[in-house]
Write a protein that binds this ligand. Structure first.
Ligand SMILES: [Zn+2]
Length: 371
């Protein structure tokens, strides 16, 4: 099988790099469409516009993002950028604003830069956009031909966001090697469009080791709104390494659980990375290649990050095996990535793993004296 890896053209990270937007935007075209919501605009417009001016990008067009990455919204953004004569796109903000910017640029066939202002998931470097309808329900995703030309992430901005976002990003990225590794054993095709490379596997492993090593210090620094070496290492892991890792390494059980959790409606308001965190424990319950020591280490780490490890943490009222059986049936019937595990997972093995994950989470929390 051919092997494929995909990645962004350029990745820039550091405290204060928002001031360099103009430098990296300049080669992309002549007139950028700046896509941002009002909250993001208030936070970054000043240094961004200053930087554009400093690099003689005097023509640009601002487009307000309305908050949902729906087909209607993306068509509107595209139309506005077209009538303003924009020939490239710079998207600022969180997942939905960035996905909409990615989708509009890809549909227009122009270059694009992605500037994340929170680090709650590992989608910025990818070529994938997740779509929602106007009722805010997820309706699927699309992989485009090209990844962003530039991803620029200012860690000084990332640490100003609530620590919960960083923790969710850590949860999402913690799954990357566990899933890339189990997908590789299956030798299946990954999102990149072929088999996984050694490079993607190595990046996934580096991501895992870095997060496990520096995650705690990173979260403490983010709580103080300061950038430290641990923050830089973890942000690079959750954004760049994990971004390449999932797209070119493969997703399996942890994401299958996360993407099926809407069936358990109480989890609706949880962040993607928080749902993935619980999915990781479910995967650990199924995977006979994991040692008990490794399992405890990962669950304890998630507890330290404040990530959900029990049904109570996820707000589940009905915690019965019958309900988990229905959950398992949904997860194995739909295209949720469970099919890419290196061994078959059935509805009942998934239900059992859900129950076991909750039990383990409770016991590990009790050992730490946490209810
Ligand atoms: Zn994810």
């Amino acid at each position: 099988m051919k092997k494929v890896i995909r990645m962004p053209g350029k990745y820039i990270q550091g405290e204060g790099v928002i001031q360099d937007v103009g430098e990296y935007a300049k080669p992309l075209g002549t007139k950028p469409a700046l896509v941002w919501g009002s909250h993001t605009r208030a936070a970054v417009a000043e240094p961004v516009l200053e930087s554009l001016k400093n690099h003689e990008i005097n023509e640009y067009f601002e487009i307000h993002f309305n908050g949902e990455s729906s087909h209607e919204e993306i068509a509107r953004l595209q139309e506005e950028a077209k009538s303003a004569g924009c020939d490239y796109v710079i998207g600022f903000g969180g997942g939905k604003a960035l996905d909409s910017s990615r989708a509009m640029a890809s549909r227009m066939g122009v270059r694009y830069m992605i500037v994340p202002t929170i680090a709650s998931n590992d989608s910025p470097t990818s070529a994938c956009a997740v779509y929602y309808n106007e009722e805010h329900e997820c309706i699927g995703n699309e992989m485009f031909a090209f990844n962003p030309d530039v991803v620029l992430i200012d860690t000084g901005i990332i640490v100003k966001a609530p620590a919960r976002y960083m923790a969710a990003g850590i949860g999402d990225a913690l799954a990357t090697w566990l899933e890339a590794n189990s997908s590789y054993k299956n030798r299946g095709a990954v999102f990149a469009g072929g088999g996984s490379t050694m490079t993607a596997q190595m990046m996934s492993k580096l991501c895992f080791d870095t997060i496990m090593g520096y995650g705690k210090e990173c979260i403490e620094a983010v709580k103080c709104n300061v950038v430290t070496a641990a923050v830089e290492k973890v942000v690079e892991s959750t954004t760049l390494l994990s971004g390449i890792g999932w797209e070119s390494g493969g997703l399996t059980c942890a994401h299958a659980v996360a993407n099926s959790l809407p069936v358990l409606h109480e989890t609706h308001d949880f962040l993607h990375g928080e749902k993935v965190s619980f999915g990781i424990i479910v995967q650990l319950m199924l995977d006979e290649d994991m040692t008990q020591e490794e399992i405890y280490r990962i669950v304890d780490f998630e507890i330290d990050m404040g990530l959900p490890v029990t049904f109570d943490d996820l707000g589940l009222k009905d915690q019965s095996l019958e309900r988990m059986q229905k959950f398992g049936e949904h997860a194995v019937k739909n295209e949720t990535y469970i099919q890419t595990m290196y061994f078959p997972v059935t509805a009942s093995s998934m239900a059992g793993a859900m129950m076991a994950a909750n039990s383990l989470g409770k016991r590990r929390k009790a050992l730490k004296g946490i209810k």
